[in-house]
Design a protein around this ligand. Structure first.
Ligand SMILES: *[C@@H]1O[C@H](CO)[C@@H](O)[C@H](O)[C@H]1NC(C)=O
Ligand SMILES: *[C@@H]1O[C@H](CO)[C@@H](O)[C@H](O)[C@H]1NC(C)=O
Ligand SMILES: *[C@@H]1O[C@H](CO)[C@@H](O)[C@H](O)[C@H]1NC(C)=O
Ligand SMILES: *[C@@H]1O[C@H](CO)[C@@H](O)[C@H](O)[C@H]1NC(C)=O
Ligand SMILES: *[C@@H]1O[C@H](CO)[C@@H](O)[C@H](O)[C@H]1NC(C)=O
Ligand SMILES: *[C@@H]1O[C@H](CO)[C@@H](O)[C@H](O)[C@H]1NC(C)=O
Ligand SMILES: *[C@@H]1O[C@H](CO)[C@@H](O)[C@H](O)[C@H]1NC(C)=O
Ligand SMILES: *[C@@H]1O[C@H](CO)[C@@H](O)[C@H](O)[C@H]1NC(C)=O
Length: 328
């Protein structure tokens, strides 16, 4: 009962401070407008990362809020993404949000802004949007050098069957630039005076050294290119089984399926886990592994074989009974 009373008081106080706060807001232009603290570009992951805060939340311990985030490309009026991000906000908290771009971020300037709305059941008043924060620019193009023609993404690693967007940025104001995938011309969409994008659908594995994409100015000899690393899809190990001749060493074997190794990515690795003993071993071979039987003569083994590469993990489990000397 006492606890409830305390809670109610806190609740009333919170409401009161919000009311006071709201009435202050009417004469105070700041309101709950979020302030973007930092917009950073992660080129490797083609991600924009935002950090922001809501200064005027200082009166409250915690509040549920929705942030509406807008992303524009080339110019602020060209909005390409709108998302409502709901979260609980604590005072002085720095909030984070990331967005993955299909278009490599080096090919275009991006602009971000956001606004917020209180969406908390404790506050019955219907929500209203705050003002927008000011636009912040995320420009990865200033990372470029002085070459006349750039192609992106650089050295990207994807799985077979993915769709990949390639783009070029040209510093030469000439229309005739053509691009080729493994020597075959590809056709894209011009996004801007100097930027074009090409969507490659369902890319396939060509070779371990990667797939070549290049663009060139038709009469000028200027070239730009990239290597796209297309990995085969990691398969689940098949026919996984263990056996022993001497009750001291178990030999586990499997069919690994296709090798996903590339210049950019080593072949998949295999690790054997045993859940009852909690032990594991990194397998030295791609299709078999030895397991030493412990002194305490464990009878039943639950083996999990984990296959992994940079892009994916796959696992299979079997139960093995030592006295039966075979897979159960
Ligand atoms: C929004 O901005 C306008 C003009 O900048 C200002 O007059 C108004 O008070 C602001 N509203 C809120 C809710 O902050
Ligand atoms: C990019 O993001 C990945 C994963 O979120 C992270 O591991 C990496 O360190 C980031 N790179 C940079 C340059 O921030
Ligand atoms: C975000 O929320 C607003 C208000 O609830 C709604 O009108 C709008 O459609 C939502 N937008 C998206 C992209 O979900
Ligand atoms: C690639 O694009 C096609 C057509 O737009 C779509 O159906 C498919 O789901 C996409 N594949 C992936 C892996 O996103
Ligand atoms: C561009 O290519 C077209 C057709 O291939 C040609 O007619 C035109 O003269 C070229 N323009 C330049 C500036 O090279
Ligand atoms: C993707 O390409 C492979 C051959 O490279 C083909 O077998 C498969 O049907 C294609 N998938 C789609 C969705 O087009
Ligand atoms: C064997 O181990 C796997 C992975 O830890 C687990 O999912 C499974 O339930 C275990 N099976 C038995 C019979 O303990
Ligand atoms: C293992 O096999 C032996 C002999 O068949 C049997 O007695 C024992 O119960 C089995 N243990 C388990 C856990 O299945």
């Amino acid at each position: 009962m006492a606890l409830f009373a305390v809670f109610q008081t806190t609740f009333l106080l919170a409401l009161l401070s919000l009311r006071t706060y709201e009435s202050e807001v009417l004469s105070e232009p700041l309101s709950l407008t979020p302030e973007l603290l930092k917009v950073s570009v992660n080129s490797t992951h083609q991600c924009l990362h935002l950090q922001w805060t809501v200064h005027s939340l200082a009166y409250h311990q915690e509040l549920k809020m929705v942030f509406q985030i807008q992303i524009s490309r080339f110019k602020t009026s060209n909005v390409i993404w709108v998302e409502n991000y709901s979260t609980t906000v604590k005072r002085n908290q720095v909030l984070h949000w990331s967005w993955e771009s299909k278009l490599p971020l080096e090919c275009a300037a991006h602009f971000i802004r956001m606004r917020s709305m209180v969406d908390d059941a404790r506050i019955p008043k219907p929500g209203f949007w705050s003002n927008w924060s000011s636009w912040e620019e995320a420009d990865a193009q200033n990372l470029l050098g002085h070459d006349p023609l750039f192609v992106f993404p650089k050295d990207k690693l994807v799985e077979e069957g993915s769709n990949v967007t390639i783009c070029y940025v040209s510093r030469i104001h000439q229309d005739n630039i053509s691009c080729y995938l493994e020597g075959v011309q590809i056709y894209g969409e011009q996004l801007d005076r100097s930027v074009s994008a090409f969507e490659l659908k369902n890319v396939s594995f060509v070779r371990k050294k990667g797939t070549n994409v290049f663009c060139k100015v038709d009469q000028g000899g200027v070239l730009g290119g990239i290597v796209l690393f297309v990995s085969k899809v990691l398969e689940e190990p098949k026919d996984f089984s263990c056996e022993t001749q001497d009750l001291k060493t178990l030999t586990c074997t499997w069919d690994p399926g296709s090798d996903t190794g590339l210049t950019k990515q080593p072949s998949q690795s295999y690790t054997l886990f045993e859940s009852f003993s909690g032990k594991k071993t990194l397998c030295k071979h791609r299709n078999w592994c030895n397991w030493q039987v412990a002194q305490d003569s464990q009878e039943t083994y639950n083996f999990t074989l984990l296959a992994e590469n940079y892009l994916r993990k796959r696992s299979v489990s079997i139960l093995f009974n030592l006295t039966q000397r075979g897979e159960t």
